[in-house]
Design a protein around this ligand. Structure first.
Ligand code: HEM
Length: 417
């Protein structure tokens, strides 16, 4: 293929993200006519940075497939695609069937049933942090909160939260350039290219999921793992062994890493913009719009990939079938044609159609209501205690072009009466 399109500035180098999202590069991409082409070691991809184009791709899962080349930036061999495929890497009708097996647990009505659990977990963590007065916000609050919630829903012992957060951190490492653990870590003997995120931690997570799945098969409980292993849709459909373990893996990873990132960036934004936090304290009705702004501001997932299944025009560029297209939420969420002053953190933002949960369409984040509830309750409990956060250190960011991760950030907390 001869590419005549303009070449995009480098936005894939993981170390770039150690200083935050390279927003000026994304602005150049958004403001260039047509789509830009990005070289990558396995060939390259089309960069989709404008809000409208991200929406077009997200909404049309038939033309922009999640299954053909899966949703990661890099290309995979056919056997790796099959071994790694989970809900997020399928198209209809497989996607419709799999999603139906889990969707019920995540409807707004069913998520609201977890409100007291989320609040109890939040209050425990917040009170402990206040008692200490300062510490690493990620370790003390942002990481434990979502993992404890998703584990409680799944029916996984909360004592294992630390271990599962550690595994998630190793998965994120797999999206960077170096992994700190050897290929045979956790007793892994599977070729890394067959494991999600190329990480031996995926083997550990699969093993963990299988163990708890076996326990629930023998002794069913009122929890999500039980409903997954027993999953029966109206037509008597069941999850296969590999569907179950990949879904368990996805729920653990997606259910904690992303919300943790939102809670970390949210706290940093409120500490850095005390006037915005004051607006929330003065008018708690503003919490709803503050939650959406925290989501837009933090953009925990930076991109997803699709593959074209037919010839199609996108953003002023003609694409052929079989081309790699990468949609960048990090860019769409700062699109100056959609958001007024996109680089201003504004908790009262009224029109806020951010794409932190995806650009709409079939794969729209399954956990969106849960994530919103977690952020909302944290803000409510902080406001009730008149908490003021100040930063006492710089964040340590994950060297990843896939998640906007914060590994640690020191904060001091004061609860003013
Ligand atoms: C702030 C937190 C979160 C963010 C920013 C986020 C972001 C995303 C994004 C961008 C997608 C892909 C959308 C697309 O391709 O169109 C996605 C999908 C998904 N998310 Fe989330 N997510 C969050 C929290 C959660 C939670 C708490 C869960 C809980 C279990 C979850 C489970 C999933 C699943 C299962 C999918 C795949 C859905 C499908 O393919 O049908 N996410 N999420």
């Amino acid at each position: 293929m001869t590419i005549t399109a303009p070449t995009a500035p480098n936005i894939t180098e993981p170390s770039l993200y150690l200083d935050g999202i390279p927003h000026e590069r994304f602005a150049e991409i958004r403001n260039t006519d047509g789509l830009m082409w990005h070289d990558y070691h396995d060939g390259g991809f089309w960069v989709v940075g404008r809000h409208a184009d991200v929406k077009t791709v997200s909404k049309n899962g038939t033309v922009f497939s999640s299954a053909v080349g899966m949703t990661n930036l890099w290309d995979l061999e056919a056997d790796a695609i099959e071994a790694r495929r989970s809900l997020i890497d399928t198209d209809a009708p497989d996607h419709t069937r799999l999603r139906r097996l889990v969707a019920r647990a995540f409807t707004p009505k069913n998520i609201r049933l977890w409100e007291d659990t989320v609040r109890d977990i939040t209050v425990d963590l917040l009170e402990a942090f206040i008692a200490k007065g300062e510490g690493d916000w990620v370790e003390e609050v942002a990481a434990p909160l979502p993992i404890r919630v998703i584990l409680t829903m799944l029916g996984v012992p909360v004592e294992d939260a630390g271990y599962l957060v550690e595994l998630s951190n190793f998965l994120v490492e797999g999206t960077g350039e170096t992994q700190s653990i050897p290929a045979d870590a956790f007793g892994n003997t599977t070729d890394l290219r067959l494991l999600p995120f190329n990480s031996p931690a995926s083997h550990a997570l699969f093993e963990y999921g299988e163990k708890i799945g076996d326990l629930r098969r023998q002794n069913p409980q009122d929890d999500l793992v039980t409903s997954l292993v027993q999953a029966e849709a109206e037509d008597g459909d069941r999850l296969s062994g590999s569907e179950y373990r990949n879904l368990f893996h996805l729920l653990i990873f997606a259910g904690n890493e992303t919300t943790r990132t939102a809670l970390a960036h949210g706290a940093m934004a409120l500490a850095d913009h005390p006037d915005q936090w004051q607006r929330v304290l003065d008018d708690p009705a503003m919490i709803d719009s503050a939650v959406e702004e925290v989501l837009r501001w933090s953009t925990p997932v930076l991109h997803m990939r699709r593959t074209t299944t037919e010839r199609v025009e996108l953003g002023g560029t003609q694409l052929e079938a079989g081309e790699k297209v990468v949609i960048w939420y990090a860019s769409a969420n700062r699109d100056e044609t959609v958001f007024d002053d996109p680089f201003t953190f504004d908790v009262g933002r009224v029109d806020n159609p951010h794409f932190s949960f995806g650009g709409g369409g079939p794969h729209l984040c399954l956990g969106a209501f849960l994530a919103r509830l977690e952020i909302q309750i944290l803000l409510e409990e902080m406001a009730k205690r008149n908490i003021h956060l100040t930063r006492t250190g710089e964040p340590v960011r994950a060297p990843s072009n896939f998640v906007h991760g914060v590994l640690s950030v020191d904060m001091a907390v004061e609860a003013r009466s």
